[in-house]
Ligand binder design. Structure first.
Ligand code: F6P
Length: 510
């Protein structure tokens, strides 16, 4: 049943109306068990949900909403390999990429065997490249899911990256990006990874062509050694002239693909064992999502909280604050994950929705954000739920720095909640501002895997409740089509039949 037609939705609406007087400070004062009840362990991390604007009734009603919208059945359909991506008639099985070999029977046994066959080939190649001292620079050319996940993970796991190789990520069609990277490279020392699920994406194909031209102009001959393609479209890669290819399947969405061949730059960076640990951490979270009771299931709790904030308290964005500089690309990665998955205005049957879906995601690492936009989070007119992500144990020995970092993260969460009374106005902090605190023991391949899988599944949960298809992305197509037309017009100067603003811009850029 569509979420807004359930009894739980109506009850949540009524509950939200009576919720205007809710105060976090009071909630803690009246319920000594709040922090404990709203603390949630999950594989490799722990979540403090207690500084969110919820009470026991909210929790109960959200769980009822999950029940009435069939969340568990939808989740189970995904894990059975059903074609839940209806508009593209595809299964959704990124989770299969981290499933241990031989662990599934029936219809999924064969796809799982193929996953492991490809994984072994990719990891064999990984070790070959890692052992090749002549390759000092690895350039990943890809965009969206073929860039953000691998780039985020390589940066996040920088402490696990063996010395001797540099990693570059070129995504934008803006030639400034490719030119700046190529400037520092030598053809004989460079490996280009052309990462594209479809092998048709304009930006990636343009960058790949220019990289190949540069390679050949530098005297490079051995394309098989210096170029590899990561794609589901092996024939297009072959037509391009790349014979070293690692494939994957249409049931892996681009933004869910870092576990597949698209993860090759991660594997080369951190090595076979660490890449396996990344997969294992994600698999542990998959199992948690599949088996933990909904009331103690962290992706479910987070996804339902997202629905509560978006649809009942009217909060339209969520800010991400990783208190770890190596997680600096996490907000960008999460933007695609959430907004490309859940930025939909129709349900799975194409019917327009009368309620809001994806929030806007944004953020920067702490403590930097504190000196930039946190002002608005503390004293602005909008309430923005903030998600802290902190790591208990650092990999450096600058103990004082890490103590200060964690102190700041905890203090910000506290300040948002407590506020400060001041008659004068400008120094007044209303407090009662919500946050979630995710704590990892250490930032390792395994804990990163679990953190990312957690985020994938929470996006599934809210998308499922909203009744949308979180696994298509038709909204990116129109711009692609129009860009081809505009490109032709830039070349020809023909502005016939276009609106006056577009014609004016065309005239100015020519
Ligand atoms: O345009 C959006 C998109 O299709 C994303 O969904 C995807 O991650 C990105 O482009 C790159 O696509 P591809 O891997 O096919 O080049």
């Amino acid at each position: 049943m569509r979420c807004d037609q359930t009894a739980a939705w109506k009850a949540l609406q009524a509950h939200a109306r009576s919720f205007a007087g809710f105060d976090l400070r009071e909630a803690f004062a009246t319920d000594p068990a709040r922090a404990q009840v709203l603390g949630q362990a999950a594989p490799h991390l722990w979540a403090d949900l207690s500084k969110n604007q919820t009470d026991a009734t909210t929790e109960a009603l959200l769980l009822a909403l999950a029940g009435q919208t069939g969340l568990a059945a939808h989740r189970d359909a995904m894990f059975r390999g059903e074609r839940i991506n209806g508009t593209e008639d595809r299964a959704v099985m990124h989770w299969l990429l981290r499933q241990p070999a031989g662990s599934l029977a029936g219809a999924l046994a064969e796809p799982l065997a193929q996953v492991h066959e490809t994984l072994e080939a990719m990891l064999h190649y990984t070790e070959q490249v890692r052992g090749d001292a002549a390759i000092t620079d690895v350039v990943n050319i890809g965009i969206g899911g073929s860039d953000l996940g691998p780039q985020m993970a390589v940066i996040a796991l920088q402490d696990f990256v063996a010395p001797g190789k540099r990693f570059h990520f070129v995504s934008n069609v803006d030639g400034h990006e490719l030119a700046a990277v190529l400037r520092g490279l030598k053809a004989e020392n460079t490996l280009f990874l052309i990462a594209s699920k479809t092998f048709t994406t304009q930006e990636t194909m343009t960058n790949a062509r220019s990289a190949l031209a540069w390679f050949q102009a530098q005297g490079g001959r051995d394309v098989a050694r210096h170029f590899a393609a990561l794609t589901t479209n092996v024939s297009a890669a072959a037509a391009f002239g790349i014979t070293t290819t690692f494939g994957f399947w249409d049931w892996v969405g681009g933004r869910y693909s870092l576990w597949s061949a698209i993860g090759l730059p991660i594997a080369i960076a951190i090595g076979t064992e660490h890449f396996r640990q990344l997969l294992a951490g994600a698999h542990a979270m998959d199992q948690h999502f599949q088996t933990a009771p909904l009331a103690a299931n962290l992706p479910v709790r987070l996804g339902l909280l997202d629905v509560w904030y978006r649809n009942f308290l009217g909060y339209t964005s969520r800010s991400i604050a990783p208190y770890h500089s190596a997680l600096r690309r996490l907000p960008a990665y999460l933007q695609q994950l959430e907004m490309e998955s859940n930025g939909k205005r129709v349900d799975r049957n194409g019917q327009a929705l009368p309620y809001g879906t994806s929030p806007v995601l944004w953020g920067e690492p702490g403590t930097n954000g504190q000196h930039a936009y946190f002002q608005m989070l503390h004293q602005g007119t909008d309430t923005v739920p903030l998600e802290f992500i902190a790591v208990k144990t650092p990999t450096h020995s600058l103990a004082e720095h890490h103590e200060l970092l964690l102190a700041n993260a905890i203090a910000q969460a506290q300040a948002l909640m407590l506020g400060q009374h001041d008659e004068g106005g400008h120094r007044h902090f209303t407090g009662n501002r919500p946050s979630t605190f995710l704590l990892l023991g250490e930032l390792t391949p395994a804990s990163l895997g679990a953190l990312i899988a957690l985020q994938e599944h929470r996006v599934f949960v809210s998308g499922s409740v909203w009744g949308i298809n979180s696994f298509d992305q038709w909204g990116v197509e129109l711009g692609k089509v129009l860009a081809r037309d505009i490109h032709a017009r830039i070349l020809s100067g023909d502005a016939g039949g276009v609106d006056a603003s577009t014609a004016g811009l065309l005239a100015r850029v020519r």
